[in-house]
Design a protein around this ligand. Sequence first.
Ligand code: ZN
Length: 401
Amino acid sequence: MRGSFKLGKIAGIEIGIHYTWIFAFILFAWLFAGNTLPTLFPNWSVYAYWGAGVIIALMIFVSVLIHEICHSLVATSRGLKVRSIVLFIFGGVSNIETEPKSAWEEFLMAGAGPASSFVIAGILALIAYILYLPGNVFVDFFINSSRVTPVIVVIFYIGSVNLALAIFNIIPGFPLDGGRVFRAIIWGITKNLTKATVIAGNVGRFFGWAMILYGISNLFGISIGGVQGNFLNGIWLIFIGWFLISAADSAIREQSLQQQLAGVRVKDVMDQSPECVVPGASVEYVVHNAFIQRGRKALPICNENGLLGIVTLADVKRVPQDRWSNTSVQEIMTAKPLETVDQEDDLNGALRTLAMKDLNQIPVMGEGKLVGLLSRSDVIRYLQTRQELGIKPGQSIRKTG
Ligand SMILES: [Zn+2]
């Protein structure tokens, strides 16, 4: 995900934090320390409010992380490759490189997250309750007389966060976990993944809109079912609703794209004649002869031994124009080890690689040699041509002979 930084690795999975998560962290710590805790427990010290607030905010992060790790561990145990987990303002995303192969696999993977959150919530509720019981040695010894201590409150809230995480995620709207479970069930019954995605995605849209409407009623302080509307909750609900709708939209779009590209190989779509440029060529030469005159956006750089690297518009933009004539493309190219795909790879897999690595184009190899270049615009052009010619999804337009 763009705008995220790496935190480290857990069980071989890269953990990243998106900058929006920082806002969520500060917001939660501030809400607890400055508002919720002082209102509920007026006689704590300022240190207790902020200590508890920061710990609760951090533990929200740990809870989301554990939830995502559980999804990922089920995925890896089923042989799927998990690339990374990124935490952002609305929770976490696991970037799984391969799609689940069966309805059952998706069911297990999606169910693992909420199940783990439920279990953690239950355990923490039990611990908070045991600590709270009269005559508890731990409370009397460490925390003194008052029964509701900051420690119990923190444990209680972390438990509540896990419960909320579980409940929010089992809403049956795709792409939430509950929606994935729901999609897996329809997929299992109908054996049609596209149909299942459209149904589950539409349910996701419905919940998104419901959240937005509920959020708007909160903004105006309207009470629903005896619960008084709250401005901040309103904003939060509207944002989550909007996020849910856009995620459902893109899931449906992606599924229909995947269906249209099913069975298409990289070599059917790629640019087969990406003329190679020698490493010593100047940036100016490439800009004028390839980028401007022929409308290319990327060029492979090769010598007699084969592919050395790739130079793109983005690489050129980093060099001041007055240095174009005396800078060689070798100095600015993205060099080996390069991401590549094979010409026999299926296009859906190659597109997933482009998206995961955040690339616009990728060199295509065949028997160890460069045979083409695949870019996102090639795929768009391919889809437009198909549509213009009225070729239906699943119908092949592969060359004969
Ligand atoms: Zn989840």
